[in-house]
Design a protein around this ligand. Structure first.
Ligand code: 2P0
Length: 347
């Protein structure tokens, strides 16, 4: 019996203008309340890897995540990505009788992350980008990365940005069906090789409040979010794009830190409040602030968890590593600090 198979890997992205909030009337579509922008990291150290097989021998769709079998049916977002890609394959098969009939076969999905899942390290971003990219390879879909980002977005919002390497904007779009809420590349992975990212794993525990739950509560209760959406992010997106195009690190860093701070302020303004930073996260903020006192040399950013990502020009990285190792001797994240070049796309 023929088995059809595809294996791909996809990178993590770390936002410098954060996505937080989705249209409450269209939760399933993951339509964001603001545009966002991220840097895609190298796949060398952090990535998701997915193998998908389709066969007439398989009696049901099945899923294994990091070695454990999980229910596909309970995972509505995965079912959506599968339904969308299968429908596209089915319409290709309708038009071309010579194509193998794969769309009607059951599939087995096996996906792994080589880093802590759900600890605010963008595991859903690389995971869903990888799922959709691998489905597109399996079904031979003639879609470009922006088209695929629209499907990946429905798996997890931030996943749409992992469809490209380099510097990527997620344009929020304005259409009700989400057909223009997609990722676009602002600059390729070769654009700014001097910019590096360091991941500081403060904790690899699963986060207390999931992003989806947190965002819904924030949209319902935070007045600060409304200010952010209307008065801050549109201008910040323009300034960030220009800073990236100009390779202007001080401006890039200033905007990155302010946006991380405002995202966590919005979490605090949520009622009841959401706390993602811990004492070590706050100590890292103070260390970077002190390090920058005579001119900006590094930028911190934190997602929905306590782990820090520090962006800096390559020449500063050894100093930053030494500084953090000095202040946190023997802390577990000493072993996890790594330098990552920003140079990847799904493959
Ligand atoms: C981001 N985060 O822009 C922001 C910053 C966390 C903080 O995107 O509900 O896992 O799957 O669409 O994409 C995390 O949210 O949320 C996230 P869903 P997702 O990277």
């Amino acid at each position: 019996m023929t088995i059809f198979e595809a294996t791909c890997s996809a990178p993590v992205n770390i936002a410098v203008v954060k996505y937080w909030g989705k249209n409450p009337e269209k939760i399933a579509l993951n339509l964001p309340t603001n545009s966002s922008l991220s840097v895609t990291l190298s796949q060398d150290q952090l990535h998701s890897k997915t193998t998908i097989r389709a066969s007439a021998d398989f009696t049901s769709d099945r899923l294994w995540l990091n070695g454990h079998e999980e229910s596909i049916e309970k995972n509505k977002r995965l079912v959506t990505c599968l339904r969308e890609t299968r429908a596209l394959r089915a319409s290709m098969e309708d038009k071309d009788a010579a194509l193998p009939k794969i769309s009607g076969l059951n599939i087995h999905v096996c996906s792994e992350n080589n880093f802590p899942t759900a600890a605010g390290l963008a595991s859903s971003a690389s995971g869903y980008a990888c799922l959709v990219y691998t489905l597109a390879q399996l079904f031979q879909l003639p879609l470009d990365a922006s088209d695929l980002s629209i499907i990946a977005r429905q798996g997890s919002g931030s996943a749409c940005r992992s469809m490209f390497g380099g510097f990527v904007a997620w344009e929020m779009g304005s259409k009700d069906d989400g057909s223009d809420s997609k990722a676009v590349q602002i600059a390729p992975e070769t654009h700014w090789p001097d910019l590096q990212a360091m991941i500081c794993v403060v904790s690899d525990a699963k986060k207390g409040t999931s992003s989806t739950e947190g965002m819904q509560l924030t949209v319902k209760t935070s007045a600060l979010l409304q200010h952010r959406i209307k008065d801050v992010v549109p201008k910040r997106m323009e300034e960030m794009i220009k800073a990236i195009q100009d390779k202007d690190f001080p401006t890039f860093a200033d905007l990155t830190m302010k946006d991380s701070n405002q995202f966590h302020a919005v979490c605090l303004d949520t009622y009841p409040p959401i706390f993602y930073l811990n004492d070590i996260s706050r100590a890292i903020i103070r260390i970077v602030t002190e390090y920058n006192k005579d001119g900006i040399k590094a930028a911190y950013t934190f997602d929905a968890g306590p782990n820090a990502v520090i962006y800096a020009p390559e020449k500063n990285m050894a100093e930053i590593y030494a500084l953090l190792s000095h202040y946190f001797p023997g802390h577990q994240f000493d072993d996890s600090l790594g330098l990552l070049k920003n140079n990847a796309a799904p493959s």
